[in-house]
Design a protein around this ligand. Structure first.
Ligand code: COA
Length: 168
């Protein structure tokens, strides 16, 4: 798929939140509404339609987390998820963060594959996270959604001789 005409941009002032998209990644509207005010929402436009979104949430001065990433169903599996993840990395790096985190469920096999393919490594398992924070019983890929796997990626710049450069 040729994504040349894709635009990824921050939410505009006064623009509505595309909840139907964000709910694909997080079934709790209450949780989305709780993290939204402290996050930066980026939207992917394609021919006047919003077909993807991600939310970058600062955790502290060093770490930012992708709290939500979603591609509209008809557009999944065409590479947009990877484009959004790379965009989030660039935005986080440009804003001075040195680590990017992303959490997903024990049952999210495709997402665990995708994030590791892009260089994220497993850091932590939050046991019972989804049992605690979601009222409804969630299932995915035939598995009970229970634990959150937190993955992270270092954002240090790499110089042409290959050494990490965090001097600027
Ligand atoms: N199951 C199996 N494989 C998956 C997958 C899934 N659910 N999601 C992504 N992949 C694989 C693709 O097969 C592809 O592999 P390849 O490059 O070897 O062919 C790779 O991951 C990248 O896929 P891509 O096309 O860039 O991903 P996408 O545009 O579908 O976006 C998501 C990925 C997860 C953002 C998208 O599928 C989505 O919005 N899903 C619903 C919301 C969601 O789960 N968000 C994440 C919550 S943690």
């Amino acid at each position: 798929m040729d994504w040349q005409a894709l635009t990824i941009r921050p939410l505009r002032v006064g623009e509505g939140i595309p909840f139907e998209l964000l709910l694909l990644a997080d079934p709790s509207r209450a949780l989305i509404e709780a993290y939204l005010p402290n996050a930066n929402l980026y939207l992917a436009d394609w021919e006047e339609q919003i077909i993807g979104a991600y939310l970058l949430y600062p955790l502290d001065e060093q770490k930012a987390e992708i709290k939500n990433i979603a591609v509209a169903e008809a557009w999944q599996g065409k590479g947009l998820g990877q484009i959004l993840l790379k965009h989030a990395e660039e935005v986080a790096r440009a804003n001075g963060f040195d680590t990017l985190l992303i959490g997903t469920a024990n049952s999210s096999i495709g997402q665990l594959y995708l994030y590791q393919k892009l260089g994220f490594e497993m850091l932590e398992i939050r046991k019972g996270f989804f049992l605690e924070h979601y009222e409804e019983e969630l299932w995915e890929n035939g598995l009970r959604v229970r634990d959150m796997v937190v993955l992270g990626k270092g954002l240090a710049r790499v110089t042409i001789n290959g050494s990490a450069d965090d001097t600027d």
